[in-house]
Ligand binder design. Structure first.
Ligand SMILES: *Cc1c(COP(=O)(O)O)cnc(C)c1O
Length: 399
């Protein structure tokens, strides 16, 4: 279908909740995608940190094909081999002892909050239910996750928002201390904030949170939906800081492009859930978990976090030159291949100009150019992006 025709049809039949570029991709391999007019684009958005293995990675494609031909869905009334296998891989490679599977990031955070509340309810009673989230946070778009997302615009018009949630200042332990009381059930943090502007937590902050949580019987919950699965140069971002959470949510890259989410937790916390306490029809279905298994096996066999680390520092070094050259380019932020370039100006026009040059990047928090390419990216690809940005920046007139 021609793109003009597709846009007209889309505007007729789809709800208008997304702002889309007038382009449609039909094919992808590695870091490149091809549109309906056969134009090739270098993809540094990676499906918003989903395509860590690149587009249509062979191992995942094969796993999905084989599983689809055998069995796609049966429900959690029965045991599912790929689900159990995926749980085992997650447990063997993280702090966690148990896993639960769902279908998206928001759903994983809903599960994490419900698990934390149930645990506190059983151990301490109904009063201990408050969750402290951080300024700059993004945790999803369901009613529950909106309550912990620090963005008034996302909340507007959807009230009443569920209660029992508070916001402390990210990377400021005093601000967290000020909100903690006997009702505090959990503290929820992204070890590297994504939508909020690609901002890593400080080691001191996470360490202080861990001490605080231990002292006051509070659960430490990490949202690694964007920063997990090797993105930051470790399999999980918390491994940079030497601080283990009690509960962690995962999604985005976990299925190599196939939708899947997970909540993982320690044995003691996970035991708060007994049959009937939580569930979802599609969660952990054979197809999603087969893609999860293939994804994690590939990531682990290829030690893809090492690639994220080396390519990330190569990229960061090149981006730093812009900071040193242009007074309106403020700071290189991020970890591994979760990279941001903070500007003094709005970034939308730069995203558009890069798009015109065949490069997909994205802007978050208004002024932060965000780069979350597939982790299979090569130096030549990074050079292409840097050269294009160089050209765009040189031509820009900023007061
Ligand atoms: C994307 C994201 C979510 C929400 O995931 P969905 O699959 O869009 O519901 C939650 N937390 C973080 C940190 C994310 O980046």
């Amino acid at each position: 279908m021609k793109i003009e025709e597709l846009v007209t049809m889309g505007e007729t039949y789809l709800m208008n909740n997304y702002k889309r570029l007038p382009i449609s991709f039909v094919e992808g391999k590695g870091c490149y995608v091809t549109d309906t007019e056969n134009n090739k684009f270098l993809d540094f958005i990676g499906g918003i940190a989903v395509n860590n293995l690149g587009h249509s990675p062979e191992a995942v494609v094969t796993a999905i094909k084989e599983q689809a031909e055998k069995l796609m869905h049966v429900s959690n009334l029965f045991w599912i081999e790929s689900q159990v296998t995926l749980a085992k891989i997650l447990v063997e490679n993280s702090f966690a002892d148990k896993a639960f599977f769902c279908n998206s990031g928001a759903e994983a955070n809903e599960g994490a909050i419900k698990l934390a509340r149930k645990y506190a309810y059983k151990k301490f009673g109904n009063h201990k239910h408050e969750i402290i989230a951080m300024t700059g946070s993004f945790h999803g778009r369901t009613l529950g996750t909106l309550a912990i997302t620090d963005n008034k615009k996302y909340q507007e018009g959807y009230g009443p928002i569920p209660e029992g949630f508070k916001f402390a200042e990210f990377n400021n332990i005093e601000s967290v201390n000020a909100l903690v009381n006997e009702n505090t059930c959990g503290i929820l943090v992204e070890p590297v904030q994504g939508e909020g502007g690609v901002t890593p937590a400080t080691k001191e902050f996470l360490e202080a949170l861990k001490v605080l949580c231990k002292e006051k019987d509070i659960l430490l919950i990490f949202d690694e939906i964007q920063c997990g699965i090797a993105r930051t140069g470790k399999l999980f971002a918390y491994q940079h800081f030497g601080v283990e959470p009690d509960i962690m949510s995962l999604a985005k890259a976990l299925g190599g492009g196939f939708p899947i989410g997970a909540v993982v937790a320690t044995e003691e916390i996970a035991a708060a859930w007994q049959p009937g306490d939580h569930g979802t029809t599609f969660g952990g279905n054979p197809l999603a978990c087969a893609s999860g298994v293939a994804t994690l096996q590939t990531v682990i066999n290829e030690k893809l976090w090492e690639k994220a680390e080396t390519m990330g520092s190569y990229f960061a070094e090149k981006l730093q030159v812009f900071v040193d050259t242009y007074p309106w380019v403020k700071e290189v932020k991020g970890l591994g291949l979760m990279m941001g370039l903070e500007l003094e100006i709005e970034g939308a026009s730069i995203v558009q100009k890069a798009f015109n040059e065949g490069i997909l990047i994205n802007c978050t928090a208004g002024k932060v150019l965000r780069f979350v390419p597939p982790l299979v990216v090569e130096k030549e690809d990074i050079d292409i992006v840097i050269d294009a940005l160089q050209e765009i920046f040189t031509e820009m007139e900023v007061e």
